[in-house]
Design a protein around this ligand. Structure first.
Ligand code: VG1
Ligand code: CO
Length: 542
């Protein structure tokens, strides 16, 4: 039976960079998840009888909200839901299912790289029929609806057994419990030269992958070990755990330190990689060399034609504004378009749908292509492996040759986490106020060329997104970017992005922080980071 339940609205259900993210106890407040899910449905039109994909990264509270979402989908008139077995679907796999089966959309339950557990983070995100995160127009509508919602609809049927594959029925709606890995693994086999990668691995090329006890475990086991023949044990921490084993499932040099240490050690494997909570990020480390995500976007773009799925070349490349300009040089050489978007994958959707770009990337360890409408961690790993199999060179050789050909964009991001919200807002307001006075100012050897508050004009639908980050560009191509995170759940996180271009190959082996030292000092001088936040050093440097 379908019930209509009265509710009272919450005022804080504004989706951020990637959906609504809050602490689990916050989500456990009365009707909190129900209100948000009903607000999603109320903001959509035309889904009666259509299919909704539902899945998540397996974190704490995943199964509870999946049951709620299934029952609400039935009560709101969906004809069918496709749910990953065990409630599991990586973000890129969910995107693929929506596209492959022509679903109306999908609900993805994840807080991505944020920790999980009873007092940690949870999240809900809506993806549209193109498989990509809902546009700002839809997320704005969801937020508006959430502020006035007074009832939601839900079936009172029993819970569905999420672990039993097959087709069931719930209040007249079909519920398909599907294998979370199969369709995705098939897509990867269609894009990449699996026999070549398998032969490389059989020839002794050693690969390790850290799934960080998060969603990519089952995907990486199936693809890397079962289909590509990597020895058992190559995929570490492969069981998705509700609390990610107490770790932070963020594949960066701080949270994937064990992998990093192993890759820098004397007996390092040839290739090391990791992904995040929901499987859309990637970390790539060669024997003795870490590949920055911004460099990875550029290097994958320059070599993508070596993989069967991209043999025809790329239509164009898009990168988020804070991502380094390394990809721009590749696009220039290839004679293809390059687009600079605000942070967050939702801004790539229009460019991909319009066929204007093939590869997209973000400095935050996100890379992906037109095969889905999300960034895709394992995809990036497999494209690297395909390129390595064809070129038959080490990661280090590929990276250093790329720098020699294109120049090196030294790049780092400094995060100041959980800073006082008022202090963080004050810092950004102050920067904004300084913008008109900055051009022409000198800081040591650095002269400011331009400074602005980044605004994006979408070339496809002409929508405008303002206040997407403060950019200070110096003569010679160096720059510093400041913005506040839209995914954190406590206090504010200030992100400072620092970049310097070095064309001279004889200066390509400087330690990154050293290469950026003068810019780091100037960033503090202009923004007053230390004095305003009270922090001497960043919480995380990537
Ligand atoms: C961060 C990253 C951004 C990424 C977003 C979602 O956002 O900077 O590049 O798209 O996370 O990634 P923010 O607003 O905190 O800087 V995920 O893997 O959390 O879905
Ligand atoms: Co993620």
């Amino acid at each position: 039976m379908i019930n209509t339940v009265s509710t009272t609205p919450y005022s804080d259900q504004k989706p951020g960079t990637s959906g609504l993210r809050k602490k689990v106890p916050h989500f456990q407040q009365k009707n909190y998840a129900e209100n948000f899910i009903q607000s999603i449905f109320d903001s959509l039109e035309g889904f009666l009888g259509k299919t909704l994909v539902i899945g998540g990264d397996g974190r704490y509270y995943n199964r509870d909200v999946i049951q709620i979402a299934i029952k609400m989908a039935a009560a709101n008139g969906f004809g069918k839901v496709m749910v990953g077995r065990g409630g599991i679907l990586s973000t890129p796999a969910a995107s693929h299912l929506i596209r492959k089966y022509g679903a109306f959309g999908g609900i993805i339950l994840s807080a991505s790289h944020n920790p999980g557990g009873p007092t940690e983070d949870f999240g809900i995100k809506y993806n549209a029929s193109n498989g990509g995160p809902a546009s700002e127009k839809i997320t704005d509508a969801i937020f508006a609806r959430s502020k006035v919602i007074d009832s939601y609809r839900i079936s009172d049927a029993d819970d569905i057994d999420l672990d039993m594959p097959g087709i069931k029925s719930l209040d007249g709606m079909e519920v398909a419990i599907v294998d979370p890995v199969e369709d995705y693994a098939e897509l990867m086999e269609a894009l990449f030269d699996f026999p070549a990668i398998r032969a490389k691995i059989q020839g002794g090329f050693r690969v390790i992958f850290d799934a960080m006890s998060a969603v990519t475990g089952p995907y990486a086991k199936e693809i890397l070990e079962n289909r590509l023949g990597a020895p058992k044990g190559s995929v570490k921490n492969f069981m998705p755990l509700p609390d990610f084993g107490g770790h932070h499932p963020d594949p960066n040099l701080v949270h994937a330190k064990d992998l990093y240490d192993e890759m820098m050690g004397p007996d390092a494997p040839d290739f090391g990689a990791a992904s995040d909570g929901d499987g859309d990020r990637n970390l790539i480390i060669g024997k003795g060399i870490f590949v920055t995500p911004s460099d990875s976007v550029a290097m994958l773009s320059a070599n993508a034609h070596l993989a069967p799925g991209y043999a025809k070349g790329l239509a164009g490349i898009a990168r988020s504004m804070p991502t380094s300009g390394a990809a721009d040089r590749v696009a220039e050489k290839l004679g293809i378009g390059i687009y600079e978007t605000p942070t967050g994958w939702k801004f790539f959707g229009n460019l991909l749908d319009a066929g204007m770009v093939t590869i997209c990337g973000e400095e935050s360890a996100g890379t992906g292509s037109s095969h889905v409408r999300e960034k895709d961690g394992l995809w990036a790993v497999l494209l690297w492996l395909n390129i390595l199999a064809v070129r038959n060179e080490s990661v280090k050789d590929i990276v250093t040759k790329h720098w020699a050909a294109f120049g090196r964009n030294y790049y780092s991001r400094h995060d100041y986490e959980e800073v006082d919200t008022a202090a963080a807002n004050g810092l950004v307001d102050n920067l904004r106020a300084q913008l008109p006075t900055l051009p022409g100012r000198k800081f040591g050897d650095l002269t400011v060329q331009t400074a602005d508050d980044f605004a994006y004009n979408d070339p496809v639908d002409h929508s405008v997104s303002e206040h997407q980050g403060i950019r200070i560009l110096f003569e010679g191509g160096s720059r510093v970017v400041f913005r506040l995170s839209g995914t954190g759940t406590s206090g504010a996180t200030l992100r400072v992005y620092i970049e310097r271009y070095e064309p001279d190959a004889s200066r390509h082996d400087i330690e990154t922080q050293e290469a950026l030292a003068d810019l780091i000092l100037v960033a503090d001088e202009i923004a007053g980071i230390k004095s305003r936040t009270g922090r001497d050093t960043p919480s995380v440097i990537t």
